[in-house]
Design a protein around this ligand. Structure first.
Ligand SMILES: O=C(O)CCC(=O)C(=O)O
Ligand SMILES: [Fe+2]
Length: 239
């Protein structure tokens, strides 16, 4: 089965990389075919219902059989797209690294705990496909301060960045800025089936809160960990 909607023959990865650099993100509208999207939505609704209406996350493709999410990390067109963006952005040839995949389903009381946590991703490129987005009330927009930091040459510097961001004061400050409508924090209204691409490693970002009785689900593929070979990283993560 064709996993995703077929792309225009000559998808312009240079233009997409340019948009990510200049505007902070790029969108490919209706990337997922409608029937594939519906199947993934059914999967999420069932999974959340089995979990008592509560938050859940699935790492990797296992368990996602029968939905496009299962085939997505192996999809040739999608891999070519990410490799192209990576090469245009970094000027280097893309490594043979696998994607790190997560399916997030925010729902129920635990949803709040997984919202408004500003962070950097460990991987350079983040590809996000919204599966279900609430249409009313708090819609769980993506908040992003694009391309806020550079790629760090050493894991130690990256680690310091993360500590500077992941502490109560910085989180409080960012939430205040967000509440006051600070313009540096962009707000992306997400549409199911679109593909959103941004530099997750370089951009401070998070999910806005959404109503606990709604479901907000996104599928993420993270591409290229620049500190993969770091001994310090292995040491700090215990192996
Ligand atoms: O679900 C989203 O909109 C973003 C999630 C995210 O940033 C992450 O899982 O790293
Ligand atoms: Fe993230």
């Amino acid at each position: 089965m064709p996993a995703l909607a077929s792309l225009p023959a000559a998808i312009d990865t240079a233009a997409i990389a340019g948009r990510i650099a200049d505007e902070g993100y790029a969108v490919i509208e209706d990337y997922v075919a409608p029937d594939q999207l519906r199947r993934a939505q059914d999967f999420v609704r069932t999974a959340v219902a089995h979990n008592g209406g509560n938050y859940l996350a699935i790492n990797g493709a296992k368990g996602l059989e029968g939905t496009f999410l299962h085939d997505w990390p192996e999809d040739t067109a999608f891999i070519a797209l990410c490799r192209g963006i990576y090469e245009r952005t970094s000027g280097k040839s893309a490594p043979q690294s696998p994607f790190y995949q997560v399916l997030r389903c925010l729902s129920g009381e635990l949803a709040a705990r997984h919202s408004l946590k500003f962070h950097y991703d460990s991987y350079l490129l983040t590809a996000l496909i919204p599966i279900i987005i609430p249409e009313r009330g708090k819609t769980g927009d993506l908040l992003i301060i694009p391309n806020w930091r550079r790629l760090r040459s050493h894991y130690a510097l990256n680690f310091v960045d993360k500590i500077l961001l992941d502490n109560p004061f910085s989180q409080w400050l960012l939430r205040k800025l967000y509440e006051r409508g600070y313009r540096g924090i962009r707000r992306l209204k997400l549409k199911p089936g679109n593909l959103y691409l941004f530099n997750g490693y370089r951009s401070i970002h998070t999910t806005e809160a959404c109503d606990p009785n709604a479901i907000r689900s996104t599928a993420l593929l993270h591409y290229v960990d620049p500190h993969e070979g770091s001994g310090l990283k292995r040491l700090l993560r215990g192996g």
